[in-house]
Write a protein that binds this ligand. Structure first.
Ligand code: EPZ
Length: 417
């Protein structure tokens, strides 16, 4: 397995452009199953999660070539366990298959490192639309005579459930209202793509999304082109990279408004940031001050940037605290960070981070995608050469990470094994 060698401490300089968003690309790829024509994407990110999802679309009979997906002739409605277990977001094919073909058989996505990740909110919403759902031999068996629009109030603003239900409602008869919907920018991008396909989706980005069902017969099949939004979490990672090394960087290719609370938090810690519409420039900021953060659904502090912020907090003046309210087990980076000199205590969902740690390089192991990013950031600040193992976790969500960090003057090598 490949690993990364990172020699710290680094001084970043230069400009990096983030790739398109993993968490926008996945639901948008699922939505191609709704469309009886070709969809062309100008900037799909080169990520293993995207490659897995394309394999799932192909297993259903879609034709996928060079950034295009054509789901006009789907032959199967089953997403198999061996693919779903690698790509838990594949549960997102459930809504579009059920809506367009009135049936779907999708392996229950198992849990993952950061939590049990149930899909009860997805399934109960689909039942409200008229679907028959049963769980058999580890598979979700969904079917319906037809789906009828309904008002669905989510018990929690689940990102995946919001996306799955938007797609399930696409061909439901009449109007569907999703209340307490997730408000993430990736959901707005999905809605923009669905609108291009010819669907009626209003209110994405707010807590109330209204979908007026279409009929398959009235859909056109002209080719649709879409450019996916930049990855705000990748952007946050590089911004924190410049701050943890008290150096500079210009991070481009994303909407800074999608990182409002992250940028506000960093500025409150003393970060000197020049914020433009599609870029953020990190200026020399000196040692930042610790703070307290609670993760929350968008527009609250994103759980996907929690591990990266924790790495920064370890070198701040004074102590910090992070409460993780979204996932039940998202502190697995803590013991690995401790190997590099961090002093972090975890009590349930709260992590207490001592400031002013003097970081020393160490061999460490990735456990999940964002935990891996935290280890990379820590290694950039630590004295000596760290070896970061199991970087297949990183490849899920960070395209060309070593190349991008090298372009920012980081002393990093990806060692192939
Ligand atoms: C999406 O996951 C993202 N993944 C996650 O990013 C992100 O952390 C998460 O949203 C929260 O922002 C993609 O978009 C592909 P949720 P998702 O449904 O949809 C519970 C990354 O690092 N829940 O909002 O799975 C669930 O257990 C990944 O890029 C239920 O209980 O997140 C969790 O505790 C990690 N029942 C909470 O809600 C359900 O039916 C949030 O889950 C669904 C969710």
């Amino acid at each position: 397995m490949d690993y990364l060698d990172i020699q710290g401490p680094c001084a970043l300089k230069g400009t990096v452009k983030v790739s398109s968003s993993k968490n926008a690309s996945l639901p948008i790829l699922a939505a191609t199953l709704l469309y009886p024509g070709k969809c062309r994407f100008t900037n799909l990110p080169e990520l293993s999660d995207i490659n897995f999802f394309i394999q799932i679309l192909q297993s259903l009979g879609a034709t996928c070539e060079e950034g295009t997906v054509d789901a006009s002739s789907i032959e199967s409605y089953q997403a198999d366990y061996d693919l779903v277990r690698k790509m838990r977001a594949s549960v997102l094919v459930l809504g579009p298959l059920l809506s367009r073909f009135k049936q779907a058989r999708v392996s229950l996505p198992g849990g993952c490192a950061i939590g049990s990740r149930p899909v009860d909110i997805h399934l109960s919403g689909m039942e409200k639309l008229g679907a028959n759902i049963k769980i058999e031999a580890g598979y979700i068996e969904a079917s319906c005579e037809k789906l009828v629009g309904a008002k669905i109030v989510l018990p929690f603003p689940s990102v995946g459930a919001t996306e799955n239900l938007m797609m399930a409602a696409a061909y439901a008869e009449g109007e569907t209202i999703i209340d307490n919907a997730a408000r993430e920018p990736e959901i707005e991008d999905l809605a923009n793509f669905m609108t291009k396909l010819g669907f009626s989706v209003e209110g994405a980005g707010t807590s109330t999304i209204v979908i007026k069902g279409r009929s398959v017969e009235e859909m056109s099949s002209i080719e649709v082109t879409h450019e996916i939004i930049g990855d705000r979490i990748e952007a946050a990672t590089y911004i924190i990279g410049a701050l943890i090394t008290n150096s500079t960087a210009r991070v481009e290719g994303f909407k800074s408004v999608h990182l409002d609370i992250v940028l506000d938090t960093l500025k409150s810690m003393g970060a000197q940031l020049l914020i433009e519409e599609d870029a953020v420039e990190v200026r020399p900021s000196g040692q930042l001050s610790g703070t307290r953060v609670e993760t929350a659904p968008y527009p609250g502090f994103p759980t996907d940037a929690q591990a990266q912020l924790m790495a920064l907090m370890g070198v701040c003046k004074g102590d910090s605290q992070i409460s993780e309210h979204i996932f039940e087990n998202r502190f697995m980076h803590v013991p690995e960070l401790a190997r590099m000199g961090y002093d972090i205590k975890v009590d349930g969902r709260v992590a207490y981070i001592k400031g002013e740690s003097s970081l020393k390089a160490a061999p460490v192991m990735c456990t999940d995608l964002r935990a891996s990013a935290a280890l990379v950031l820590a290694a950039m600040a630590a004295e000596g050469t760290s070896q970061i193992n199991r970087i297949y976790h990183l490849d899920r969500g960070y395209a060309k990470l070593a190349d991008k960090l090298k372009s920012l003057n980081v002393n990093i090598e990806r060692v192939k094994q």
